[in-house]
Design a protein around this ligand. Structure first.
Ligand code: PBG
Length: 324
């Protein structure tokens, strides 16, 4: 008996495979995360993320111009200040490195490329937590919301089209929305890190932003064991006015991404984080996997699982290999 059902028929030529392809990756789907550091003479390589650097203000401008020219969906800025303090004042200071970077990137790209800002305090605090601390050393949710509100307004003032609260404080989206509106920034969008896990895959990022953290973020980021919680977090963020939601990391959380995409009525993003980048880079460097194919396959998988938007450190490079 020969099989009558032959799925292989549709795989016989490249053109047939192209015809029936369900998922595509285009430059517009990709957002490039970038780091801008204060007080550097030149771009500083991040050893655990080969090919990624801490930018100076000048090289950041160039990276932004390049991102726009290859047609990326957006650019996401992280700041690396030279001074840290208990409440992260560098985050709200219009002359703080992140706000300066946002202003200059916006000047460079105008409205051609959506400019996004990480709205979180960990890069700016001397203890490295994503919020301000209560006297007992715990992260004070409600006090942190007030700083996030101020930070988001400073970022919108600096020209961010999108602010992206990533600190997993309860109520952060609602508090930021009301602060933006009160400041007249009704059109500044919020990309909410709705389901952000306490993940070991952020390892290299700690080097990327010179993180000061000792300890962990498990009292505010999600437990990797939990999926339902991600839906609760997403539902709350949507109710508070999130314009887009995000799942992070991506590859170890594709099931979460799929279920968030199923309930979300706004665009869904996923973040291919520093450890995912490092893992693929390291294996490719050893010749153990094909670098280019693995990069595209990993991003295709994230899209297939339900991401409209993928944040990836390969965004610019990958875009040059893709159809517009
Ligand atoms: C927090 C933040 C982190 C990342 C993005 N935003 C680190 C953390 O929560 O520990 C990680 C990004 C990456 O690993 O690529 N502001």
């Amino acid at each position: 008996m020969y099989p009558t059902d032959r799925p292989r028929r549709l795989r016989t030529t490249p053109a047939l495979r192209r015809l029936v392809s369900e998922t595509d990756v285009r430059p517009r789907h990709l957002v490039l995360p970038v780091f801008v550091a204060e007080g550097l003479d030149g771009p500083k390589p991040i050893t655990s993320m080969p090919g990624v650097v801490q930018h100076t203000r000048e090289t950041l401008r160039k990276a932004a111009a390049e991102a726009a020219s290859v047609g990326l969906g957006g650019i996401m800025l992280f700041g690396v200040p030279s001074r840290h303090d208990a409440t992260g004042t560098g985050a709200v200071d219009p002359e703080g490195i992140l706000n300066v970077g946002l202003r200059e990137v916006r000047e460079e790209v105008g409205d051609a490329l959506p400019v996004m800002a990480d709205t979180c305090l960990d890069e700016f605090t001397d203890h490295g937590h994503c919020g301000v601390l209560a006297p007992d050393g715990s992260v004070d949710n409600d006090a942190t919301l007030e700083v996030y509100a101020e930070m988001a307004v400073a970022q919108a003032d600096a020209g961010a089209h999108v602010v992206a609260p990533s600190g997993m404080m309860d109520g952060q989206v609602g508090r930021i929305r009301s602060a933006l509106d009160a400041a007249g920034h009704v059109d500044t969008a919020i990309l909410a890190y709705s389901a952000k896990y306490a993940s070991a895959f952020y390892g290299p990022f700690r080097e990327a932003v010179d993180s000061q953290l000792k300890g962990d973020r498990r009292t505010y980021q999600q437990d990797p064991a939990n999926a339902r919680e991600a839906l609760r977090e997403t539902t709350l963020d949507l109710a508070e006015g999130a314009d887009m939601v995000m799942v992070k990391p991506a590859m170890a959380y594709l099931d979460v991404l799929r279920s968030v995409a199923e309930i979300s009525d706004v665009p869904v993003a996923a973040y291919q984080v520093s450890g995912e980048y490092a893992m693929i880079s390291a294996a490719a460097e050893r010749g153990w996997i094909d670098r280019d194919r693995t990069i595209l396959e990993s991003v295709t998988g994230i899209r297939r699982a339900g991401a409209d938007i993928v944040l990836t450190y390969w965004a610019t490079e990958l875009a040059t290999r893709l159809d517009r």
